[in-house]
Design a protein around this ligand. Structure first.
Ligand SMILES: *Cc1c(COP(=O)(O)O)cnc(C)c1O
Length: 341
């Protein structure tokens, strides 16, 4: 029997909707290395305006957008301050050292959320033998933190510390819209507090490819050169940018449905004696532990046999992610399957 797998693995797995595909194939394109792709230009202008910044740069991935930001904000032997759960530290192959020759100063926040005091205490005095603290990276929502949200006032406090100490502040906003639809804060209010932002179009927003790095003119001019050096200068990328524009226009508000689905899943799990330590569910990510002797390997194999795929996130830990391609019916079916384990 053929049936569609229910994908709770990741919100990166979405396929373009028919309407999105239509926007893609009717895109007007040109050579973006010469900045002659009108659709890429429109996406970049749209993102810059959304967050109240001067300019933006379309990138093939969120990793590249973050790595470019690290490179432009720092010099070798500098240090970036971030939470130990940060994507830039955990999941970007140590690229901060490879591309930028910088160190990381890791802090342990609350599910990936730092305080201004922690950041301030981590800033190193200027000494010849110490790395130079020049950049802070915050992640909103924090993936490994279970989709946790930075309150806007917390970002403002961190911003003040950065300004007082001449540090740049970069926001890894791969899932910034998941945060904003929950808090009701505007894109501009977040944009005003940071020097640069990376956003992912290919996560919950449902585009097949692409991220956008946002900042001021000088920052983006440098970023464009670094992108080219990394091999990320694309040609008729407007076909992809069109998907991003469509996603921003049509797939932001509906993230609330994914959040409601994640909460419903969490409520079901809370009834199960073999589930423990369910992390607070603020957005579309749900992280929990299995009570031993149950193991992720066995649990995930059972799920897969029953048409549900998900991933382990630690020796006893499972992560579920809800997104555009998990419908209400699929969610209910997934809950049935989980309850039967
Ligand atoms: C997914 C993700 C990225 C970028 O991922 P790519 O797969 O390279 O597009 C960056 N930061 C966070 C928090 C993410 O979840």
């Amino acid at each position: 029997m053929h049936f569609k797998m229910i994908n709770l693995l990741s919100d990166t797995g979405t396929r373009p909707t028919p309407e999105m595909l239509k926007a893609m194939w009717s895109a007007e394109v040109g050579d973006d290395v010469f900045r002659e792709d009108p659709t890429v230009n429109a996406l970049e202008a749209k993102c810059a305006a959304l967050f109240g910044h001067e300019a933006a740069l379309f990138c093939p991935s969120g990793t590249m957008a973050n790595q470019i930001a690290l490179k432009v904000h720092t010099r070798p032997l500098d240090e970036v301050i971030c939470d130990e759960m940060s994507h830039i530290y955990q999941y970007e192959v140590g690229g901060y050292a490879f591309h930028s020759g910088i160190a990381v100063n890791l802090l342990r926040g609350d599910n990936g959320i730092l305080t201004a005091e922690m950041v301030e205490a981590a800033i190193r005095p200027r000494q010849d033998w110490l790395p130079r603290s020049t950049l802070v990276v915050i992640e909103n929502t924090c993936n490994k933190g279970g989709g946790s949200i930075y309150p806007l006032n917390r970002i403002q406090e961190i911003r003040s510390v950065c300004q007082k100490n001449s540090l740049a502040l970069h926001l890894d906003g791969a899932r910034i819209f998941n945060a904003l639809v929950e808090t009701g804060d505007s894109t501009a209010s977040i944009g005003a507090e940071v020097d640069s932002i990376s956003i992912c179009l290919s996560k919950g927003l449902g585009a097949p490819v692409g991220s956008v790095l946002i900042g001021n003119q000088a920052f983006i001019a440098d970023a464009r050169r670094v992108r080219k050096a990394m091999g990320g200068g694309m040609r008729q990328a407007g076909y992809l940018a069109a998907a991003g524009i469509y996603a921003l226009d049509h797939h932001v508000e509906r993230l609330l449905d994914d959040h409601a689905n994640a909460r419903q899943l969490a409520d079901a799990l809370a009834q199960l004696p073999w589930v423990t330590n369910i992390r607070p569910v603020q957005t579309n990510i749900l992280i929990f532990d299995l009570v031993s002797p149950r193991t992720p390997t066995d649990f995930l194999a059972y799920l897969k046999q029953n048409g549900v795929i998900a991933s382990a996130f630690g020796p006893q830990t499972i992560r579920f992610v809800t997104h555009l391609d998990v419908t209400r019916e699929m969610l209910e079916r997934a809950i049935e399957v989980i309850m039967g384990y």
